[in-house]
Write a protein that binds this ligand. Structure first.
Ligand SMILES: Nc1ncnc2c1ncn2[C@@H]1O[C@H](COP(=O)(O)OP(=O)(O)O)[C@@H](O)[C@H]1O
Ligand SMILES: [Mg+2]
Length: 334
């Protein structure tokens, strides 16, 4: 049973607010537990699973602002709408936000003011849940700058590499995903941009079953994608597929449904996918409702969208469901 360890959480927040003097071994200030796996300096890297999680899927890209977090959140819900291919029971899914410096999951999940996560009696962090989906984010652990509102969106995390690495390890291995004793079928990880410490730590320590790489049509985003793929390959993370986000725009007030390629045609992206022999899981349009829904903390994929009123939103939702379908098929292929 979970017990409330408010004092411990307070300690944790105090730790975070004075991060310069924290010992690197325990940046989240969690109670003492068996040592976390270490990244070996030399020799073979020992990867392990995340407790109570069957499949781990990372949503990544080499660049920020391309829609990783939005896609990670909606993908998690779209997977949760499906049944397990082997047992036919609805899939149990969670989200882990590994964007330490710019966590988005609290906002996307409508949990900005949800309060502190509780700790179990063994000192593991319990995920917070909204819309039926458990999630964990650095954003839940940052002390607030505004004590009246509890808002921590302006609180910066000022950490060096080793601190980040340790915090990631704690978020990976000190969260209790057991959820009513059943555990999760899939954990979707929202990655930070780039090829820095976080993807490296994840790839070196955890058995990641698949990665979805998000890009926008611009050339600069595409070149970052190539770097991201190369890095994931280096740490033996299998690439499930690519998603092109903001690929086109369908004007809701125009009579024809001709796609407008606001950020350029998708040809460059398709060529990269072909050359790298990585499947394209979907091409999502640019949709106003996707953005407003994200700000409102509600996953767009759960919204009722009519093709007549919102042709772009309809297409976005269908494509997102198709991405989830293909991801599930890939994760559980025998
Ligand atoms: N297909 C889309 N249509 C409209 N807005 C989008 C779409 N994808 C992402 N956005 C918006 O773009 C911004 C950046 O997305 P986000 O998911 O935070 O990117 P990242 O995690 O890669 O930094 C957010 O405001 C989000 O709502
Ligand atoms: Mg993000």
């Amino acid at each position: 049973m979970a017990t409330r360890h408010t004092a411990t959480l307070r300690t944790l927040r105090r730790f975070l607010s004075t991060s310069q003097c924290i010992k690197h071994e325990n940046p989240l200030g969690l109670p003492r537990r068996p040592p976390l796996p270490q990244i070996p300096r030399r020799g073979p890297i020992e990867k392990r699973g995340i407790a109570n999680v069957d499949k781990v899927i990372a949503v990544a890209s080499g660049k920020g602002g391309v829609g990783k977090s939005t896609i990670a959140q909606n993908l998690a819900f779209a997977i949760a709408l499906r049944n397990h291919p082997q047992t036919n029971i609805p899939l149990r899914v969670g989200i882990l936000d590994l964007d330490i410096f710019g966590p988005s999951v609290p906002t996307l999940m409508g949990l900005q003011n949800a309060g502190e996560p509780e700790l179990t009696s063994k000192g593991s962090i319990l995920p917070l849940t909204n819309h039926g989906l458990p999630c964990m984010s650095m954003g839940f652990l940052i002390p607030s700058t505004n004590s009246a509102s509890g808002d921590n969106t302006d609180t910066p995390i000022v950490w060096r590499g080793l601190m980040v690495q340790k915090a990631v390890q704690q978020l990976l291995f000190d969260v209790d995903w057991s959820k009513d004793g059943h555990g999760l079928d899939a954990l979707v990880i929202d990655m930070p941009p780039g090829t820095g410490d976080v993807p490296l730590t994840l790839g070196q320590l955890v058995h990641v079953n698949g990665a979805i790489i998000v890009s926008t049509p611009q050339d600069v985003a595409l070149s970052d994608v190539r770097k991201g793929i190369a890095m994931l390959k280096k740490v033996s993370v299998p690439i499930t597929g690519l998603v092109l986000n903001q690929a086109y725009y369908l004007c809701p007030d125009c009579n024809n449904n001709t796609p407008r390629y606001v950020f350029g045609k998708p040809d460059g992206f398709r060529k990269v996918a072909e050359r790298l022999e990585i499947p394209i899981l979907g091409e999502l349009p640019l949709v106003e409702g996707v953005s407003t829904s994200a700000d409102d903390g509600y996953p767009f994929v759960l919204k009722a969208v009519s093709e007549k009123e919102d042709v772009g939103g309809f297409s976005w939702k269908n494509t997102m469901n198709q991405v989830a379908e293909r991801t599930v098929a890939e994760l559980w292929k025998s």
